[in-house]
Design a protein around this ligand. Structure first.
Ligand code: CTP
Length: 430
């Protein structure tokens, strides 16, 4: 399940790192929103390293991806631990003073809070009134434990042990139907192991928002090189794979631009679309977009040649009816992007291969990966019945040395998520 974990500013925040670790070990996808005050106790890097995703604090950190709505809307369950007295008061008032406050107002998922504070603060009438208000609104409260507090004092107010918080959360998940109540085999940790969490549509818990704040540009479709006033040289690329990457990246929180060459497909909301036709157009658009992109994906089928001359009229049949065309190479857009790569930018290429007498699909792919130098080369076999259109696809992913780093198969959306898993890994490496 997708767990949104809010961490507020109490010393017990350190215990919540273990809660996070346990949740991810159990196969859940967790996004952490620490409040600014909580960063005094546990730094952002801890949350990012343990969750494998960015851990934003402020509402305005990444406005284009509307995180406050997305994180709240997409969560299956929300846990706030530790929840300070101040946070409970702010939540009871329905305040949206930071990203966590916003996310809580935007979510319709069950919300669990684990308060932690000094005994006097916990027993204070104001805190108790806030807790009652929250309970009345359906918020689940994990009662603080009794025991030693920060100083020498002791009493109710202590954050329960990580194991108890996790089981409290799982109990709410079962009781509210987030996971099937009678699914004994799962006993929650096993709602689904990460590796199988993705269904046919490519819906993926693992990739939940792991590209939040990342700017991604993807080229899609097939370029056309004009021959005369009415004809062109083109290819059969439908743009499905590039569009699937755009949709999957958006789903995972990226700010996405598609450079589309002759694609007759719609794009989901919130994705920017730039239309191009020839290789030269596509190259110019990609160079411009790459200047501000963190991830560049070349999924378009780019024409390797263009007619040397373009007739401004329709070419007529003449003589023996044979037409000799002189073709000259177009620019290699991907190679140019690799050459101009910014620090930390991840560049992905696709290699459509058919295999021939000289080398297999894999050998051609490895040679191309080394030649092009992209961080990730996704090799797929194409032919009459393979690779084109909205058909299942399979890619082998190679690094710039031609070594296999991953594979993905299934619908184009599932393949897109497989490719983005590798992209997320590369982004987190740098
Ligand atoms: N590509 C590109 N510019 C070109 C040709 C290809 O940017 N002029 C990109 C494609 O978008 C893809 C990758 O390079 O990401 C590999 O494309 P592919 O057609 O498989 O390879 P080619 O470079 O054309 O090599 P070959 O013709 O030898 O197969």
């Amino acid at each position: 399940m997708r767990v949104l974990l809010g961490v507020t500013g109490g010393i017990a925040a350190y215990k919540v790192a273990l809660v996070l670790r346990r949740l991810t070990e159990d196969g859940h996808a967790v996004r952490v929103i620490p409040t600014a005050a909580s960063l005094n106790f546990v730094g952002r890097s801890t949350w990012e390293a343990l969750s494998g995703a960015s851990a934003p604090t402020e509402t305005f950190e990444d406005v284009p991806s509307v995180q406050h709505v997305r994180l709240g809307q997409r969560a299956d369950i929300v846990l706030v631990a530790p929840a300070t007295a101040d946070f409970l008061a702010s939540m009871a008032r329905g305040e949206a003073r930071d990203l966590l406050g916003n996310a809580l107002l935007a979510t319709s998922a069950p919300v669990v809070v684990a308060p932690a504070m000094h005994t006097e603060m916990w027993l204070n009438a104001a805190t108790q009134a806030n807790v009652t208000t929250l309970r009345e609104r359906g918020v689940h409260v994990i009662e603080p434990a009794v025991g030693r507090l920060t100083g020498a004092d002791s009493g109710p107010g202590r954050l329960p042990d990580p194991e108890d918080i996790v089981s409290g959360l799982y109990a709410v998940a079962k009781a509210t139907g987030v996971v099937p109540r009678d699914d004994a085999a799962s006993s929650i940790p096993g709602t689904a192991p990460l590796s199988t969490a993705r269904d046919d549509e490519g819906q993926d818990d693992a990739g939940w928002g792991d590209l939040e704040g990342v700017r991604l540009v993807v080229s899609a479709g097939g370029t056309r090189e004009p021959l005369d006033a009415v004809r062109f040289l083109g290819n059969r690329s439908s743009g499905h794979q590039g569009f699937a990457i755009a949709e999957a990246a958006r789903e995972r929180g990226a700010d996405v631009t598609v450079v589309a060459a002759h694609v007759a497909l719609p794009l989901g909301e919130g994705i920017r679309r730039v239309e191009v036709s020839s290789t030269a157009d596509l190259g110019a658009a990609m160079r411009e977009e790459a200047e501000r992109a963190d991830v560049v994906v070349m999924a378009a089928a780019v024409a390797d040649f263009r007619p040397r001359e373009v007739a401004d009229h329709k070419i007529k049949k003449s003589g023996d009816g044979v037409l000799a065309l002189e073709l000259v190479p177009t620019e290699d857009v991907l190679a140019g992007l690799v050459q101009g790569r910014r620090d930390g930018q991840v560049i992905v290429g696709f290699a459509a291969e058919t295999g021939d007498a000289g080398a297999s699909v894999a050998e051609h792919g490895a040679a191309k990966a080394r030649r092009k130098g992209a961080d990730l080369m996704c090799v797929n076999e194409v032919g009459e019945a393979k690779g084109f259109g909205d058909r299942p696809n399979a890619v082998v992913m190679l690094d710039s040395d031609g070594h296999v780093v991953g594979e993905a198969a299934g619908t184009k959306l599932a393949v897109a998520h497989g490719v983005l898993d590798q992209v997320a890994r590369l982004l987190h490496q740098v």
